[in-house]
Write a protein that binds this ligand. Structure first.
Ligand code: AMP
Length: 329
């Protein structure tokens, strides 16, 4: 992701448009002799092993772009917060080994960075829309709307109040997040201002009861057992003595083609194939995990402005492209 001054870019990538056009040509001309396979667009096959076992909740559709709008928080500008999150992540991972970091500079050779490269950008996101899916021609409508919202709203201060747990709508992943306290009302105004555009794009509005947050870790959740498998092996996973969940390899069939747009987008950094058996899932976080993290780190988070940040810009990620829009001074 680029940094620097606000960049309003309207260039559109038409990488996905040509295959769609070809698809239409292919279906209209069925009576003609078959086209060479070189002309037929390839349908990507979801492979959870390429992104730590995360699976799609929305099938990949050629010419459809996963997108979301968010407030960035660059951790290089917040070293004390970054340090606190690294400690919190390390503590949490001792209790929940299958935990993965989000945006943190966790060691470069770890499983979470299979390429062995340090992450170029240490960045947290406070989402102000749900993950949405756009057709190519809808991308500019979203960018224009975010630009208009940024021009009509001023920058403001926000701060994190506590560590929380959130689960995605599909209950495939659970997250450790810093939850916003001060600044909630201003963030709510931004989401409300985007509602008419989301409605016109036939997309879901943000949560009626939004909990603005920046996720810093996630774990794969156990999937409900497949009927045949549950008949054969109905016993639940045993709990470890400390109440930490026993981990199990996720039972997602590798061909299942289901994920949130955030999952699709965020998987871009993790491209090295891994053994699917390593994608351990948990039934849930142990009930004392979040209270104990808040007990250890909560005071530091809210004191000495460690958890305070300035909201100065909105970003829109559409596919792999990010556009930045500066809020009014
Ligand atoms: P994010 O880090 O923005 O991807 O958010 C992590 C997950 O929290 C997303 O999958 C959201 O669907 C989920 N979530 C659950 N409840 C809420 C809520 N009330 N407000 C915002 N996000 C929520």
């Amino acid at each position: 992701m680029k940094r620097g001054n606000a960049l309003v870019s309207y260039e559109s990538s038409d990488e996905d448009e040509s295959p769609k056009a070809l698809q239409e040509i292919v279906s209209k001309k069925r009576k003609l002799p078959g086209l060479s396979s070189a002309f037929v667009p390839k349908t990507p096959v979801d492979n959870p092993s390429l992104h730590q076992g995360r699976i799609r909740t929305t099938p990949h559709v050629e010419g459809q772009y996963a997108a979301y709008v968010y407030v960035p928080l660059l951790l290089d500008d917040h070293p004390a917060l970054h340090k606190l999150l690294l400690k919190a992540f390390t503590d949490a991972k001792l209790i929940v080994p299958p935990l993965h970091p989000i945006g943190l500079a966790v060691n470069a050779n770890a499983e979470d960075n299979p390429s062995g490269r340090a992450k170029a950008v240490r960045e947290l996101h406070v989402s102000i829309t749900r993950p949405i899916y756009l057709r190519a021609h809808q991308r500019d409508e979203l960018r224009h709307a975010v630009r208009a919202v940024s021009l009509s709203h001023s920058s403001f201060k926000a701060s994190f109040a506590q560590i929380s747990e959130l689960t995605n709508d599909e209950r495939t992943r659970t997250f450790l997040a810093l939850e916003v306290g001060a600044g909630h009302a201003e963030l709510k105004k931004l989401t409300t201002a985007l509602t008419p555009t989301l409605t016109s794009l036939r997309q879901k509005d943000f949560y009626a009861d939004p909990r603005f947050h920046a996720s810093f870790a996630w774990a794969l959740l156990d999937r409900p057992p497949l009927p045949a498998a549950s008949a054969l092996n109905p016993s639940p996973l045993p709990q470890s003595p400390k109440g930490a969940p026993q981990v199990a390899p996720s039972n997602s069939p590798p061909t299942t083609n289901v994920a949130a747009a955030r999952d699709d987008l965020d998987s871009a950094d993790n491209t090295a194939p891994q053994d699917p058996q390593r994608f351990l899932s948990i039934p849930c976080f142990p009930s004392d995990l979040v209270p104990s993290l808040n007990h250890t780190f909560g005071d530091t988070l809210v004191s000495r402005l460690i958890g305070s940040f300035e909201v100065t810009e909105l970003r829109v990620r559409i596919g792999q492209e990010v556009n930045r829009f500066r809020l009014r001074e």
